[in-house]
Design a protein around this ligand. Structure first.
Ligand SMILES: Cc1cc2nc3c(=O)[nH]c(=O)nc-3n(C[C@H](O)[C@H](O)[C@H](O)COP(=O)(O)OP(=O)(O)OC[C@H]3O[C@@H](n4cnc5c(N)ncnc54)[C@H](O)[C@@H]3O)c2cc1C
Length: 507
């Protein structure tokens, strides 16, 4: 379009989850006119904070806020300061790990204290901590460039950064096998490997690359945003609105409008909204088959999306309870006595009979989460996704009872009598209410066959003008990674729409 005067390009963003919000902010800052279409009445997606009429607040999904640096850089690129918008509290200890019927670990970034924690489990393993940290520092340094750029073509796998990182990739080694080089005690390995669950995977199958997850915690800390992770999404929406982003809440997009095979806008509420680019933040597995016709998706037809491998799901209880809970830390992880069996059952599609679980008691750090004299409890049980076909209408009451019974192992025998309000989210709810494909809460699995160039690309190759952000695209799921992915996607949109040149011309 060489003869057109510089005009504002319009970008439609489908979904106001963390990926959509991060992309919207950056594209507005780059001079685009941006409209965010969100099917729900609130922003944040899986990262919203639930609020009850009684005054309880619960994070719906994410509770571990890691590596804020990426989001801080995105805020800065939009003329804002993350620390002015959200209060982030660094947790110490990060969390308490309870080995069922046995000892606990209070995980901390204080290396000397952490060595003492490991030594309580196995004195010989304490010496493994510093070499493990040093190795992972090198690993993260090597992989950072790979996680910060797009992978659109096979040739992208041959970049110099990939070749430098490859020797550290050890593709055939699982996360647990990699940890065995440093720690002999299975419980110690679990303390550094259970984080595979953040990706909905098993440490016994998850690629060894992901030791960088627990490394990020030890090196950079675990944070709690005051008001919950939803406060971060709200801050992003605020900054975006200041930059002129228009939010259309309660407005599900029905389809992406195509002309001559190219995206030219979106259709929502019976209206067509023209756009120069469409950024899809809605869950890949759920949304793509609905938003684009099968015939338009040569690389990602319905068949391939259906056959892809997906993360586990989660069974959730959000409990507003009377009284304080001094028994709990802010984050509590109960590792089932037979952790391997627990994971094996999930992989086989069975509901675990004695599950591990994670409980957040944010009130330890943040009094805004519950009314005075009360506590908000977030209970997460990893379970198979819906591809395995559990009937949650039938299973939910039994599983609720099981989850409550499991709280006993964390020292909470009488919680049911103290419940004042309650909400349950099953894999079926994740799919039907929150539009998460197969209820797979952590998106497409992060095995090496579904990463980098094998994951749906940030620039969606099947349909020009369509871009992806969120856990279903490169680099993957988890908030810092999703923000980084949104930065990659925003860069591609800027490039393709010539936004930088247009801004220069306007200036
Ligand atoms: C239980 C749970 C725990 C997690 N814990 C952590 C954690 O501790 N730390 C961490 O870093 N990550 C965690 N995650 C993973 C991840 O960070 C979050 O799931 C994150 O919210 C995913 O962001 P996203 O950008 O991919 O999209 P989403 O949050 O899924 O947002 C997508 C948005 O698109 C909207 N949408 C869908 N379809 C349409 C449509 N047709 N039209 C318009 N809008 C539409 C949805 O309503 C939603 O708002 C957790 C996830 C879950 C579910």
């Amino acid at each position: 379009m060489p003869h057109l005067a510089p005009s504002r390009r319009h970008v439609a963003v489908i979904g106001a989850g963390p990926g959509g919000l991060a992309a919207a902010m950056q594209l507005a800052a780059a001079g685009a006119r941006v409209t965010v279409f969100e099917k729900d009445a609130v922003v944040g997606g899986r990262s919203r904070t639930l609020e009850t009429p009684e005054g309880f607040r619960f994070d719906l999904g994410p509770t571990f806020f890691l590596y804020p640096r990426i989001l801080a850089e995105i805020f800065a690129s939009c003329g804002a300061r993350l620390e002015d918008e959200v209060e982030l509290v660094k947790l110490d200890p990060h969390y308490r790990l309870q080995f069922e019927g046995g000892p606990t670990i209070e995980a901390t970034s204080d290396v000397a204290r952490m060595e003492a924690e490991i030594a309580r489990l196995n004195p010989a393993d304490a010496a493994g901590l510093r070499p493990w940290l040093a190795e992972n520092r090198r690993k993260l340094h090597a992989f950072k460039p790979v996680l910060e750029r797009a992978f659109g073509r096979a040739a992208d796998m041959m970049g110099g950064d990939m070749l430098r990182a490859l020797p550290l990739l050890r593709p055939h080694r699982s996360l647990d096998a990699d940890l065995r080089r440093h720690f002999k005690d299975e419980r110690v390995r679990l303390a550094f490997g259970f984080q595979a669950k953040y990706l909905g995977m098993s440490p016994f199958r998850c690629p060894s690359l992901f030791t960088i997850l627990s490394f990020l915690e030890y090196e950079h800390g675990v944070f709690h945003p005051i008001g919950g992770c939803g406060a971060v999404a709200a801050a992003m929406a605020r900054v975006a609105a200041r930059l002129g982003v228009a939010f259309r809440l309660d407005t599900p997009v029905e389809r992406i409008a195509l002309a001559a095979g190219r995206a030219v806008g979106v259709e929502a509420g019976g209206q067509r909204h023209a756009a120069d680019a469409v950024v899809v933040n809605a869950d890949f597995a759920h949304a793509l088959p609905r938003l684009l016709p099968n015939a338009a998706r040569r690389q990602w037809p319905d068949k391939r999306i259906a056959a892809a491998r997906y993360s586990c799901s989660t069974f959730m209880l959000y409990l507003g309870v009377a009284g304080a809970l001094p028994e709990l830390a802010h984050h509590n992880v109960l590792l089932a006595g037979d952790y391997r069996r627990n994971i094996h059952q999930i992989e086989q599609g069975e509901l675990p009979d004695l599950p591990s679980l994670y409980v957040q008691h944010a009130g330890v750090t943040d009094p805004t989460m519950a009314p005075p004299g009360h506590s908000s409890l977030y209970v997460l049980v990893p379970v198979p996704n819906l591809k395995h076909g559990a009937d949650w209408a039938a299973e939910a009451p039994r599983y609720r009872a099981l989850a409550l019974a499991r709280l006993r192992a964390l020292g909470l025998p009488d919680i049911e009598a103290r419940i004042r309000c309650e909400r349950m989210v099953t894999p079926q709810h994740w799919q039907d209410e929150f539009a998460v494909g197969h209820g797979a809460t952590f998106n497409l699995a992060h095995d090496l066959g579904q990463m980098l160039v094998f994951r749906p690309g940030n620039r969606f190759a099947d349909v020009p003008g369509v871009y992806l952000v969120g856990g279903g695209t490169h680099p993957g799921s988890g908030l810092p990674v999703i923000y980084e992915g949104a930065r990659i996607t925003a860069g591609l949109v800027r490039q393709d729409l010539g936004l930088d040149a247009l801004q220069g011309a306007v200036a």
